[in-house]
Design a protein. Sequence first.
Length: 352
Amino acid sequence: MKKFWSIFWKSIGVVFAILFLIVGGYVTYAYVQYHRIPNNVAVKVENPQRQKVELGKSYKMMTFNIGYGSYPPSFSFFMDGGPDVRAYSKQAVKDAINEDIRLIKSEQPDFGNIQEIDWQGDRSQHVDEPQMVQSALSEYTSVLTQNYDSAYLFYPLTDPIGKAKSGILTYSKYQIDSSRRYQLPMETNFNKFFDLDRAFDVNVLPIKDSSKHFVIFNTHLSAFIKDQKIQRQQLTTLFDAMKKYVDAGDYVICGADYNHVLAGKAHPELTWMKEFPTADLTKGMRVVAPTNAPTVRSLDVPYVKSNPKNTFGIIDGFLVSENIKEFSVKTIDNDFKSSDHQPVVMNFELMK
């Protein structure tokens, strides 16, 4: 019996040693693989157009978080408390992206910002979403800016979300002279592995017969970040970047998923539906947001139109400089068919 217990405890010790090596090895791998994409880097402008925007002319812009093609109405995400992790299938992702493309083509915007567009993502079944969108929108120039290139996240343990390359995409029927990517502040503790890297890009468009520029910002601010100080720093960084162009008299629009409420009721109990700090916004900029329908739903439960149990809000929209006149802004309500977000469109004019 003594020999039995000796072997038993040795076996237990070996099992714990193996588990320790596995966990320790994974943590080491995650830290070694973690990296942030460099700050202030040029981004390639694809399929260049030569027509320039003009003062006094009416344009339309769309902003749309496509949820990497993985959030149909039946989907409820594990980070929100639901059971689902990865997209249902490769075909499901393709169907969602094709629906996004249909929405864009039906609106025919002159400019557009997309957030959460994946390529080489386990969570999105390795569908090359930028390739699908750029091929379908062949009449647009486009800029694809990478947010992150994450290590394999072995979380949740029973169905890991895996690796992902993801970013933001801006498209335009008009000439884009340059685009640059800038880092946003992020948490530096272990939480950085769950919210991953964040950035914004600045796209500069020349204006016909003018020394000023039309400047389009695109970004997707953190959703599940726990440190509210970092949330504020992200907004301050974005606002400070806008100030440079506003002070120069340029025309500035930021179309984005702010993960802050732009209009309607805030839900401060959620990390991604706190009130937007309008009072801190860059002088000379204002919020332009829809009120006809929500732009986002919570993913704790599936969406059922007849009996929705989700939390809804308006966290997608535009920040606009005072020299731009908006004529209308609205949510394109399609019952969250292809994403947990719905697109927002704005008609506007660059004032003379």
